[in-house]
Design a protein around this ligand. Structure first.
Ligand SMILES: Cc1ncc(COP(=O)(O)O)c(C=O)c1O
Length: 425
């Protein structure tokens, strides 16, 4: 089978709305490597967009799923519940930041977790409005889309968004928005657009994912918590991309001094099996009446079994520590490349949630072209990279945290060659 032949069939059969970063069709995958249908091997620095933090087909995850397949695959937790769902909720309730009683609901995708967090926040507060941040990404459902702070391609042509969603600028010093600017804009929003007494929630990614891997400064998060407390607003941390050891802590909010009221999780929670969750203050989570939350596939027993194994693996293999070590190695290599590559304007990110940002040195403007050229050169050499950012000039690194040391070295070498070649072109 040829990638090009499948690609042609894809063009005839799949909506072009599903954008694709590569046209290499997967045949099999193992830890940090993927082989395509033509037998070519790639190093995977995408992890299916931050999903397989524990690597493709981690033996423990596969074993847990196989053993669940042999018992039952679906009963719908709302009809015939199962203990593993309860136990996973207990585990997450015990792990999330915040010294208060917590409860959890499981659904299926990141966007669905966000939808449910907003539903819960509205129900608990009796308020309607929600504030999100420019550059933020929260999914492709209607509320997810409305909350997302990037128009093209996420919102364009999709008509009216749900009402009462507002955006404030996310602080990115590199792009001239300080914490003070961001907080002043929030204050102005309260004066010009929405009475804070009508705001149910402020939703924020502790490190913006699709938006460019910008970390929320600690004083910003502390100020948001204070604003929320002052006005009775709930703080929602969207940890869909940041969760599960990626930032060197189990959750990115552990880098902060304050805790959110609600947290959304998905992606690497179940290491490649669809599962998402909302965890938060018990009394808030209990606001919606029975039947108000859930879904046919919510908390699938397969996803739940995988998630238990993922949490075990993160602990047993000390993946938070490993994320810090791998991230340090990556950032060190990028710093050495930067010495004679002035197009690199920033290297950043906590743990192993790292990114490099490119500018056109002559224009002093973000260079999406260079970021994309690096990505394509790397792909040619067998390394899968992803770009991101409001200006699409950022390369984000999302390799499995279980990547073998030798494969990591190989990837860093390909990255360096690709940056140098793309720049010279
Ligand atoms: C922070 C964040 N929230 C929500 C989502 C949406 O998740 P999903 O694609 O599983 O619906 C994403 C996906 O990238 C995300 O990064």
């Amino acid at each position: 089978m040829k990638n090009s032949a499948i690609s042609e069939r894809k063009n005839q059969s799949i909506s072009r709305g599903v954008g694709m970063t590569t046209q290499i069709y997967a045949d099999r995958a193992e830890n940090s490597e993927i082989w395509d249908v033509e037998g070519r091997r790639y190093i995977d620095f995408s992890s299916g967009i931050a999903v397989v933090n524990t690597g493709h087909r981690h033996p423990k995850v596969i074993e847990a799923v196989k053993s669940q397949l042999d018992r039952f695959t679906h009963t719908c937790h709302q009809v015939v519940p199962y203990e593993s769902y309860v136990r996973l909720a207990e585990r997450l309730n015990g792990m999330l930041p915040g010294k208060f009683d917590k409860k959890t609901v499981f659904v299926t995708t990141g966007a669905e977790a966000v939808e449910n967090a907003v539903k819960i926040a509205r129900n608990a507060t009796g308020r309607q409005a929600v504030i999100a941040f420019s550059g933020g990404f929260h999914g492709r459902t209607f509320m997810g889309m409305a909350l997302t702070g990037k128009v093209v391609p996420y919102k364009v042509g999709f008509g009216a968004m749900p009402a009462d969603v507002f955006h404030a600028p996310f602080p990115v010093a590199l792009h001239g928005v300080s914490v003070a600017d961001s907080l002043a804009a929030l204050d102005k929003l309260f004066k010009a657009d929405v009475d804070p007494a009508r705001v149910a929630a402020i939703i924020v990614e502790p490190v913006q994912g699709e938006g460019g891997f910008y970390e929320a400064p600690r004083d910003f998060m502390t100020a948001l918590r204070k604003t929320c407390d002052q006005h009775g607003i709930l703080l929602v941390a969207d940890e869909v991309q940041t969760g599960f050891a990626r930032t060197g802590k189990m959750f990115a909010m552990e880098h902060h001094d304050v805790a959110p009221d609600l947290t959304t999780m998905a992606k690497s929670l179940a290491g490649g099996f669809p599962l998402s969750a909302v965890t938060g203050r018990a009394e808030i989570m209990d606001a919606p009446g029975p039947g108000g939350l859930g879904g046919t596939y919510g908390g699938s027993p397969i996803g739940v079994a995988a998630a238990h194994a993922v949490l075990d693996v993160i602990e047993e293999e000390k993946l938070c520590e490993r994320a810090n070590a791998l991230g340090a190695r990556l950032k060190q290599r990028l710093a050495s490349i930067r010495e004679d590559v002035p197009e690199i304007v920033d290297i950043r990110g906590p743990g192993f949630m790292n990114a490099v940002e490119f500018n056109d040195v002559n224009k002093g403007l973000p260079s999406a072209e260079l970021a994309n050229a690096v990505r394509l050169k790397a792909l040619d050499r067998g390394l899968i990279l992803l770009t991101c950012g409001v200006y699409s000039n950022v390369i984000r690194f999302l390799s499995p945290i279980t990547i073998q040391d030798g494969v990591m070295t190989e990837a860093l070498d390909i990255l360096e060659t690709s940056i140098r070649e793309a720049r010279a072109a």
